[in-house]
Design a protein around this ligand. Structure first.
Ligand code: FAD
Length: 380
């Protein structure tokens, strides 16, 4: 019987991993099956654009997999039976067995953070949520208020994009205790604040939101704030599947893995992307980002292919080069970083940064998940 390799999740990490595994193991007795909830590749990094009303059509996964031996199953994995080595799905045949599992299910909004967020808040973390927000802002009357909660990268991008695409709405940004763009160099933060001001986004600095209501939010100091939509952008957490299956996870639900991305509790299981707590070059857990997801997707293919062909794999290197923030379509900030994610002094701003980001996003789809064909030093 052939070795059954199952990848769950066809995002940046999972799609790249599946294609690379199929190519590397094409002469072996290994079948690669990719299970994904949708038949499209969802470019999550564009979901704030979708929410703001811009056109987006995710590329077809079947097209992206054409010419490979990867078998695509479009369906949602509802549970993983770690003892029986089976993933259960909401589509026929209901379950498939695995000998090796690559867990690549990404992440979602942290809607459990405060009371009322799960019931009343909008988000941009996944396609369904971003589409819901898109419909909400489209139906809002002129002068309506959108409150974006979270001063990190997704909150900044969402507030800017909504403000630029919907100048008829009032956009407010509640930054939480960390403020705007914490961790970036002072020049980047200054540019962010100027851009928000230009786009007429009202910033509520260091204001912590304690609850979300149907008609607004409450701040921690007790002040109620009326809003027609509250967008929750305080960061991501991984789905519960791994924890429910009994795999070792961290407090965000991310699978705990070693330097080869192998589960520390289940050696036949690997995890990549946002769903994995990989070890980055600084020794800290990997940041939920494409920057970490892509080397993990590539790396896990190299590691698994090596082990299945009797070779010892090396560690997967997860390092960073820059952080990209779009501020609408014509402005942005690119913060260049050391490999350990510390900001360098060099920062790109304005149109040049917007163009840089657009190029990176396009080439990620072209040369990353879709165009996996290149070889790297560790290729066999
Ligand atoms: C608005 C926004 C902007 C962003 N901008 C940037 C940026 O500029 N730079 C950056 O580095 N990062 C950015 N990110 C973060 C980046 O999108 C994620 O880190 C990246 O998508 C993680 O890739 P992944 O492969 O781990 O997961 P994902 O891309 O989320 O893919 C996971 C896949 O698994 C599928 N899936 C999930 N659960 C199941 C299930 N139970 N069964 C079957 N399939 C399932 C999903 O449908 C999806 O296809 C942004 C995120 C958002 C939301």
């Amino acid at each position: 019987m052939s070795h059954r390799l199952v990848v769950v999740g066809a995002g940046y990490a999972g799609l790249l991993a599946a294609k690379r595994l199929a190519r590397k193991l094409r002469r072996s007795d290994v079948t690669v099956t990719l299970v994904n909830a949708s038949d499209r590749f969802v470019e999550r990094v564009r979901l704030h654009q979708l929410a703001a009303g811009q056109r987006w059509a995710g590329p077809s996964l079947r097209q992206q997999l054409s010419g490979t031996s990867v078998q695509l199953v479009v369906g949602r994995v509802t549970a993983i039976d770690a003892t029986g080595r089976t993933v259960c799905m909401d589509v026929a045949p209901g379950a498939i067995g695995y000998d090796t599992l690559v867990y690549a299910v990404g992440s979602r909004a942290r809607l459990g953070d405060v009371p009322g967020a799960a019931e009343h808040a909008y988000a941009v973390a996944d396609l369904e949520q971003a589409t819901r927000l898109r419909h909400r802002v489209t139906e809002m009357a002129s002068g309506g208020t959108v409150a974006v909660v979270g001063g990190g990268l997704t909150g900044l991008e969402t507030a800017s994009e909504l403000a630029e695409s919907h100048p008829e709405l009032r956009v407010r940004l509640f930054t939480g205790a960390d403020g705007v763009g914490s961790g970036l160099a002072p020049r980047a933060q200054t540019h962010l604040l100027r851009a928000l001001d230009r786009l007429d986004v009202s910033v509520h600095p260091k204001t912590v939101v304690a609850a979300v209501r149907e008609d607004g939010l409450d701040t921690r100091d007790g002040a109620p704030f009326a809003a027609d939509a509250v967008v929750w952008s305080t960061g991501f957490r991984a789905p519960e599947l791994a924890r429910a299956a009994g795999f070792a996870t961290d407090e965000s639900g991310r699978m705990l893995v070693d330097a080869t991305l192998r589960s520390v509790s289940h050696p036949e299981v690997y995890a990549v992307g946002d769903a994995a707590a990989g070890v980055s070059v600084s020794g800290a857990p990997s940041r939920m980002s494409c920057q970490a997801a892509l080397p993990m997707g590539r790396g896990v293919a190299d590691v698994v292919a090596a082990r299945l062909t009797g070779r010892a794999p090396g560690p997967v290197r997860i390092g960073y080069t820059f952080t990209n923030i779009s501020l609408g379509r014509r402005d942005g900030v690119v913060q260049f970083t050391h490999a350990d994610d510390r900001p360098r002094r060099f920062v790109l701003t304005g149109r040049a940064a917007a163009a840089f980001k657009e190029t990176v996003v396009r080439s990620t789809v072209r040369s990353g998940p879709r165009g996996e064909s290149g070889r790297n030093e560790s290729d066999s």
